[in-house]
Ligand binder design. Structure first.
Ligand SMILES: C[S@@+](CC[C@H](N)C(=O)[O-])C[C@H]1O[C@@H](n2cnc3c(N)ncnc32)[C@H](O)[C@@H]1O
Length: 251
């Protein structure tokens, strides 16, 4: 089995595929000041199995287009949406976040939790802006430094893995440069990593390894995930995801 299929298999039964949480999504909804009665067109980009889409659909009067480039994740989201009676509010779409099929100025909201790094934060906020209606909302979570001074090993690690990691002030500056007014920012709390993402993933390790006969590829994947978890545990006071909520300014 190739690496991507293994990755999907390890993550598909997780409630989420990255750090985050119900309270954080709700807090971002509040920061955005979204009207709960108005019918809103929302795209959830890099939705995975739909952690955020499901909460948005439960919290708002929304028509959600959940976008991912992995059909297996979208199928799982469709199943969950039917189970929760939300299928009429969530439609899944197989597409790349780099080539979205939306019309310009067609969305009230673009949501993206733990996914914009795939095209880079600055590139993503610049490219996605045209799809928002005037005054539309962008809500994204992104890897963010919590402190200006940090252990060198941590700065080197993320400098290699995701050179765009930055301070909140840098991310806010980029949003302002690219035509947004920032309505709020908050860092994700450690439970978003431990209780909602890493803990449940660790709980799936044993079954995953059994299922794949402890193949070297499966062992390597588990080991890479554990290394990331160890790094987070060691340095959790220096780095997290930041949730950024912004409004599109007129051109
Ligand atoms: C870390 S996961 C986050 C998933 C979900 N938003 C969550 O918080 O649980 C990142 C997601 O982005 C998707 N993704 C990565 N690159 C993509 C691309 N170029 N276009 C669309 N989706 C992409 C992955 O398939 C994955 O579902």
């Amino acid at each position: 089995m190739d690496q991507l299929k293994l990755l999907v298999d390890l993550h598909i039964k997780g409630q989420r595929q990255g750090p985050g949480g119900r309270d954080a999504t709700r807090r971002a909804i509040d920061l955005a000041g979204l009207n709960k009665k108005q019918r809103l067109k929302i795209a959830d980009i890099g939705c995975g199995t739909g952690a955020a889409s499901l909460i948005l659909a439960q919290s708002l009067n929304a028509e959600i287009c959940a976008v991912d480039f992995l059909q297996d994740f979208l199928d799982e989201l469709d199943t969950q949406a039917v189970k929760l009676g939300l299928a009429d509010r969530i439609k899944t779409l197989l597409a790349s976040m780099e080539a979205l099929p939306f019309q310009d100025a067609s969305l009230e909201v673009i949501w993206s939790e733990g996914a914009i790094y795939n095209i880079g934060f600055e590139n993503g906020v610049r490219y996605w802006r045209k799809f928002l209606k005037p005054g539309g909302i962008l809500a994204v979570s992104e890897l963010t430094w919590l402190t200006r001074n940090r252990p060198d090993a941590l700065t080197r690690h993320w400098g290699r893995e995701y050179p765009e990691v930055g301070l909140p002030s840098q991310k806010i500056g980029q949003l302002e440069t690219h035509g947004y007014e920032v309505l709020g920012y908050f860092p994700l709390s450690p439970d978003c990593w431990r209780d909602n993402y890493y803990g449940p993933m660790q709980g799936r390790f044993a079954n995953f390894l059994d299922k794949h006969g402890h193949s070297s590829e499966a062992m390597a994947l588990v080991s890479a995930e554990q290394t990331e978890i160890d790094l987070y545990e060691k340095y959790s006071s220096f780095v997290s995801y930041g949730f950024y909520v912004a409004r599109k300014l007129p051109d």
